[in-house]
Design a protein around this ligand. Structure first.
Ligand code: DC
Length: 235
């Protein structure tokens, strides 16, 4: 029988925006000494490249033709995750409102998904080979990217709670009000859930964690416990 180092656990954390996915995934990875991959940042990075290179992000064919051009590199240290595009630090520009409003269209293009999925699988495979394990967060990790992940978690929260959290994050950075944030968030959810290729969905074998009434610390504790139980079961 194949033996797998207990530390080489692969954890998939999916869910819509505003559920605390990034903060939870990063903290869980840091606590357990695992690597961390933000797959949304990769879709944002390719979107930023399209914008800065004059590709019309509403033109799926133009996006498909250009998809293989940018070189996206993700650093997987949970205490200092990085993302570069063609060697340039993209961590700031990928969080602008312009990228946020265009990323759903770009990430719905099948050619983009194929390339980014391959990249994600290679990063997860390297973590497993090097016996470090990884927490991968996104929308389709448990269903499509890593269907054989050791543990799949699907974070949910009410639309009100998610909009309030997102609004809090944006405050001071870009003008936002709660109603507009909620509308933008629901629009992005609908696009991400409704696209043909690997939509946002909960895997049949995922554990659903509703974070509406939980603090971030409580969510982190809950997920750490689930991962520890899984790791203990594999020893
Ligand atoms: O998690 P985020 O808000 O940074 O993700 C940005 C967008 O990227 C999201 O609206 C949909 C897309 N995405 C995706 O299609 N698949 C993933 N695994 C992660 C993100």
């Amino acid at each position: 029988m194949e033996t797998v180092a207990p530390s080489a656990v692969i954890v998939a954390i999916d869910g819509p925006s505003g559920t605390g996915k990034s903060s939870t995934s990063k903290a869980v990875a840091a606590k357990l000494g695992l690597r961390y991959l933000d797959t949304g940042a990769q879709y944002r990075a390719i979107t930023w490249w399209m914008i800065t290179n004059g590709v019309d992000t509403a033109d799926a064919q133009a996006v498909a033709i250009a998809a293989a051009k940018p070189v996206i590199v993700s650093g997987t240290d949970p205490s200092a995750p990085t993302i570069t595009v063609d060697g340039l630090d993209a961590s700031g520009p990928i969080r602008t409102q312009e990228v946020t409003s265009k990323v759903s269209a770009v990430s719905a293009v099948p050619e983009v998904r194929t390339l980014i999925t391959e990249l994600q699988r290679s990063i997860a495979a390297r973590a497993a080979e090097e016996a470090e394990g990884i927490v991968v967060e996104g929308r389709d990790i448990g269903t499509t990217v890593l269907p054989a992940a050791d543990l799949k978690i699907f974070l949910t929260a009410s639309a009100e709670a998610r909009a309030a959290r997102r609004s809090g994050e944006l405050r001071g950075k870009e003008a936002s009000d709660l109603a507009a944030t909620k509308q933008a968030l629901l629009q992005r959810d609908a696009a991400d859930s409704g696209r043909k290729t690997s939509p946002l969905a909960m895997a049949g074998d995922a554990v659903e964690v509703d974070t509406t009434e939980l603090t971030l610390d409580q969510v982190i504790e809950c997920v750490v416990t689930l991962v520890e139980e899984k790791m203990a079961g594999r020893k």
